[in-house]
Design a protein around this ligand. Structure first.
Ligand SMILES: NC(=O)c1ccc[n+]([C@@H]2O[C@H](COP(=O)([O-])OP(=O)(O)OC[C@H]3O[C@@H](n4cnc5c(N)ncnc54)[C@H](O)[C@@H]3O)[C@@H](O)[C@H]2O)c1
Length: 295
């Protein structure tokens, strides 16, 4: 067993299946205490069985909850503090798509004008509003201890503007832009905020493949674990406002080198012309080159 996260407490949303399940099991195997949150009680139960057969013991706290509810975030943080005495890392992983909300959407993905307004709002609620609610609740204990990690799971840049998948892509763009702004506001506090994505379609329920594509060709959810463990550890102190592509993480080289290989500035700060401001201050700071340390 890796022992690098002994004593750390982590909240993972969407922990019942897919990437969240892989990250929860990986964090537990590394010694962390994990509050595993999901709206799907059955998925949480299945994950919990796997965790306990791997020796999670009392380091797993399971919370069945819909994270879009205003009152839930504080409850999740309070339960975590009660069980583990501290909160070190928040992994905003739970996500949804308009397609996942409708079992009857058929083999063809919906065009954006076919998405029901209620589904559009639901995707924004799960993918954008809930991460904000959780960050808001998690920051109080993190700021008090001058240490903490926010890790948001967004998506590949080209998925953000791809057709036939909206508002999923746009919601992830909003999530990542917020995360970057929050990382800037958090500078100097000891709390960092970064993005972690698989780097392509991963083998989870969310991904529908064409009949000729083997599921085994998809990225394994387990790729998320090594970069997450590094992000959750003091080894990544000061690294903030970055996006890490888990599939590019090279386990054979030192972690800081792997992080340089897999990391880049979050969002799209370096793209295109930036806006003109009266004080001539560039909004994209060269200090935010890949893997620069936050101030
Ligand atoms: N699978 C991929 O290829 C891929 C690629 C890039 C990003 N992502 C992102 O990774 C994250 C995990 O996706 P996944 O592929 O594992 O999907 P998944 O559908 O397998 O798992 C998502 C989990 O989130 C939970 N969830 C959804 N809404 C919730 C809510 N309101 N409250 C609590 N839990 C809720 C679901 O019950 C589910 O267990 C998502 O944010 C997704 O957008 C996935």
């Amino acid at each position: 067993m890796l022992e690098s996260l002994n004593g750390r407490a982590v909240i993972v949303t969407g922990a019942g299946r897919g990437l969240g399940r892989a990250m929860t099991l990986g964090l537990l195997a590394a010694g962390a205490g994990v509050t595993a949150v999901d709206v799907d009680a059955q998925a949480l139960e299945d994950m919990s069985r796997a965790a306990h057969s791997n020796g999670a013991g009392d380091r797993l706290l399971v919370v069945t909850a819909d994270i879009t509810r205003d009152d839930i975030a504080l409850q999740i943080v309070r339960q975590t503090l009660h069980r583990f005495g501290q909160l070190d890392v928040l992994v905003n992983n739970a996500g949804t798509t308009s397609r996942l909300l409708r079992d009857d959407s058929g083999p063809k993905p919906p065009k954006f004008w076919e998405v029901l307004p209620a589904d559009f709002r639901r995707v924004i609620d799960v993918n954008v509003v809930a991460p904000f609610l959780l960050m808001r609740a998690a920051l109080e204990p993190m700021l008090a201890r001058h240490w903490g990690r926010i890790v948001n799971v967004t998506t590949s840049l080209d998925t953000m503007w791809r057709g036939n998948i909206q508002p999923y892509g746009g919601s992830k763009a909003a999530n990542e832009a917020h995360l970057l702004a929050m990382s800037l506001e958090l500078e100097g506090t000891g709390v960092t905020a970064n993005v972690l994505i698989p780097g392509g379609p991963a083998d989870t329920r969310m991904i529908v493949t064409a009949p000729h594509v083997e599921r085994s060709a998809l990225i394994s959810p387990d790729v998320m674990v090594p970069p997450l463990i590094w992000l959750a550890s003091p080894e990544s102190d000061g690294i903030t406002g970055q996006r890490f592509i888990a599939a590019h993480w090279d386990r054979t080289i030192p972690k800081i080198e792997a992080a340089k290989k897999a990391g880049a500035p979050a969002a799209w700060q370096q793209l295109g012309k930036q806006s003109i401001h009266p004080d001539n201050t560039p909004r994209y700071s060269p200090a935010r080159e890949p893997m620069s340390k936050g101030r």
